[in-house]
Design a protein around this ligand. Structure first.
Ligand code: ASP
Length: 329
């Protein structure tokens, strides 16, 4: 029997101070939604095992509803001012996975990803077909533009202004000594990793991508091995940060490779892979990891990354390097 663990993140990048309280609140809500589904419950005289898969979906759905995060409501806008949503989910017992991209005005992309995993023979659906599939399987089609927030609009305006001023908006630093270069004013992808009492590991990640992206741009979040990966024999990882960097580095897989081939702990593996990624590619990002014994890894090379979990009824969280905060859950 494993001790169940649910670990969440609310995105990496140049998170402004004004965004911090909303992110912390949002992650607490996510844990409150996910943990009851993860813990074994004693009902009707028998033990109901918790489910890592149900827990990560519930946690991510609450963050998709919350404008403090770059997922669902509050997602980043593409250069046309539209939201294009992406999500992926994976479970580590049979390595089943579901991924979706380029969804418009859909309320819970992570549930669509789960539907792809559970109700199709495919792993990844994108664009018009993904939208059609989502609607046929009970997804909520919102009136056009419902997910667009004022702050996302401001971030796009800011982005376009910077472009017009000839500033570097590629977010892809080429100089290694410029490595700690983050995206301005973006609210952050969301992710959840869980292990249940049976040792099943599940991971869910959801995003709006990056502000000002070219319509049709696909990032790391819906890609297995980049944004998401789960394997009961190794661990589970959800990542966030500069997608073009993370996907070229295969960040989630690199972390699991460190566990597998270098015998590293979840923490060592996560730190080592994030640092190597930024050293080699320049772009920044972060990840949360759970190993097969429920050990955790949290690391990032971005300026900030929001993360949280609960242990012994304490809400343990952080956003700044070297700063771990605790309060009653
Ligand atoms: N990784 C996401 C992307 O590039 C963005 C983020 O994590 O904030 O699409």
């Amino acid at each position: 029997m494993c001790t169940p663990m649910l670990l969440v993140h609310g995105g990496a990048g140049s998170i402004s101070d004004a965004r911090v309280p909303g992110k912390l609140r949002g992650m607490k809500i996510a844990l409150k939604a996910g943990l009851p589904l993860l813990m074994p419950s004693y009902e009707f005289g028998g033990v109901q095992a918790g489910s890592a898969l149900d827990a990560v979906v519930a946690a991510v759905r609450t963050m998709e509803e919350d404008e403090s995060f770059n997922a669902g409501y509050g997602a980043c806008l593409n250069s046309d001012g539209n939201v294009e949503l992406e999500a992926s989910i994976m479970e580590g017992s049979k390595l089943r996975a579901g991924c979706v991209t380029l969804l418009h005005d859909i309320k819970y992309p992570i549930s669509v990803a789960r539907c792809v995993m559970e109700r199709t023979n495919h792993t990844f659906l994108g664009g018009i077909s993904a939208q059609k599939f989502a609607l046929e399987h009970g997804a909520i089609q919102l009136p056009e533009g419902t997910l667009v927030t004022e702050s996302a609009r401001n971030a796009l305006e800011n982005f376009k202004q910077q472009q017009a001023e000839g500033k570097d908006t590629t977010y892809s630093p080429t100089e290694l000594d410029e490595s700690v270069k983050d995206r301005p004013g973006e609210p952050g992808t969301v992710g959840a990793v869980a292990i249940d009492a049976k040792g099943n590991i599940a991971v869910a990640t959801s995003t709006g991508g990056i502000t000002g992206k070219v319509p049709g741009r696909i990032g790391d979040t819906p890609l297995l091995g980049c944004g998401t990966y789960a394997d009961n024999q190794l661990g589970g990882v959800s990542t966030t940060g500069h997608g073009e960097t993370i996907m070229r580095f295969n960040l989630a897989q690199k972390i699991l490779a460190n566990i597998r081939y270098c015998n590293m702990s979840a923490q060592e593996a996560t730190v080592t892979a994030c640092n190597e990624m930024t050293e080699r590619l320049g772009g920044t990002g972060g990840a949360i990891t759970i190993g097969t014994k429920g050990d955790i890894g949290i690391a990032w090379t971005s300026k900030r990354m929001a993360w949280a979990y609960v242990r012994d009824n304490e809400f343990i969280h952080g956003i700044d390097h070297g700063n771990i905060l605790k309060e009653p859950f």
